[in-house]
Design a protein around this ligand. Structure first.
Ligand code: COA
Length: 371
């Protein structure tokens, strides 16, 4: 008989089956369709990984060139969407801009038999940076930018639009690696939300819009921005030591630490840490890196907690001169590939996701009929 007792936050519950990615049983490794993320981060590119997730196999050299060209051709925004982006206030949260932009694209280029899931996934991966940067430059640089660039890759396109020039090779590589690591992560909250929406047979855009809204929270994707705000608030290693202890004494969460599925360390974190270290050395930003390391030491010593992917992604992005408010939107661009793969998989063997609840309300009672 089914237990009626709820599991807080569905922790430990097997909520479905997937062939897309898995966390190693010991909770120490992560694999996308059987490939270790360490190998993918070392040898592959973000577009290769996006293709692997969405289409199910690694592309050969020619397919990868074709795929990159296809993504390149999908960067332009419809005029109506540009008008809409111009009307969204300059003060809006960039995550809200992407969520709204995604929803608007669903009205302009709706899902049909021919404009199917994989098409739309490619379109979104290709044009999310365009949306974000069009909105940003319109309001903050008073420019209507061209979103079509010659850049071969998604990270280069993003940085080109942000900076208005070709970014440094090491920065492009760092962003590429981080997007590979952010691309997919089993039944995390936003992916599960996307699958849930898909399970009602809703459209692709609705599922991605749901996912963006879920990723925005600081317990999930929003943690990379929260981590940066935390790190940059300390003036020295000593200051960080005291500040973190104070937060822990006050029973506050330290963003960028801990994880629901990893209990001994996030296998993605050390990859980003070494990237952040290289950039810190190159840019002469050792203090910020040392502060980050001190926070890591204190969290391990005081709570036995390790940094998750978001912690060192934050300083790596910062060293690439990416404004903090764009950290979680970058996560969106990368994770769209994983969301898309899960939506397609959910549709392939759909069953409405509709769990039960453990009822803790009043027992049945009579309605107080008046008069
Ligand atoms: N800072 C301080 N304490 C933390 C913590 C953090 N980042 N993460 C977990 N803890 C504490 C919890 O408060 C809890 O303490 P308690 O036993 O005294 O109540 C204990 O560690 C166990 O945590 P648990 O409740 O098992 O974690 P969870 O699985 O519910 O939560 C997270 C996982 C990710 C939500 C949680 O670690 C967190 O909020 N981290 C910060 C946000 C973040 O970085 N999110 C990105 C995740 S990739």
């Amino acid at each position: 008989m089914m237990s009626k007792q709820a599991n807080k936050g569905l922790a430990g519950v097997i909520a479905g089956r997937t062939a897309i990615s898995t966390v190693e049983a010991a909770g120490t490794g992560l694999f996308y369709r059987g490939y270790n993320i360490t190998d993918l981060a070392t040898y592959a590119s973000f577009e290769e990984v996006a293709y692997l997730l969405i289409y199910g196999a690694l592309p050969d050299a020619k397919t990868l060139i074709d795929y990159r060209n296809r993504l390149k051709a999908l960067r332009e925004l419809p005029d109506i969407l540009k008008e809409l982006l111009e009307r969204i206030p300059a003060t809006a949260n960039p995550m809200d801009v992407l969520r709204t932009g995604c929803s608007a694209l669903g009205c302009l280029e709706p899902e049909t038999q021919t404009n199917h899931a994989a098409n739309i996934a490619d379109r979104m991966i290709a044009c999310f940076a365009s949306m974000l940067m069009y909105w940003y430059h319109f309001h903050h640089s008073a420019k209507r930018i061209e979103t079509q660039t010659d850049d071969e890759t998604i990270p280069s396109h993003f940085l080109q639009l942000l900076l208005g020039k070709t970014a440094d090779e090491q920065d492009r590589k760092t962003l590429d690696v981080s997007m590979i690591l952010y691309a997919e992560h089993e039944f995390n909250a936003s992916t599960f939300a996307a699958r849930l929406t898909s399970s009602t047979l809703s459209d692709f855009y609705s599922a991605i819009t749901t996912a963006i809204g879920t990723l925005r929270g600081p317990l999930h994707g929003g943690a990379n921005e929260a981590a940066m705000n935390l790190i940059s608030g300390f003036s020295s290693e000593h200051d960080a030591e005291l500040g973190i202890k104070r937060l822990l004494d006050d029973k506050k969460l330290v963003m960028g630490f801990g994880h629901r599925v990893y209990r001994h360390g996030d296998p993605r974190s050390s990859i980003m840490k070494s990237r952040a270290k290289q950039l810190a050395d190159k840019r002469g930003e050792q203090l910020l890196f040392k502060i980050s390391e001190r926070i890591e030491e204190v969290m391990m010593r005081e709570k036995g907690l390790f940094p998750n992917l978001d912690f060192y992604s934050a300083s790596a992005y910062h060293f690439c001169k990416i404004p903090t408010v764009f950290f979680t939107p970058l996560f969106v661009i990368a994770r769209t590939s994983g969301w898309a793969a899960h939506i397609i998989e959910q549709r392939g063997d759909n069953h409405l996701i509709r769990p039960n609840a453990e009822y803790i309300g009043p027992a049945p009672r009579p309605y107080p009929i008046k008069g």
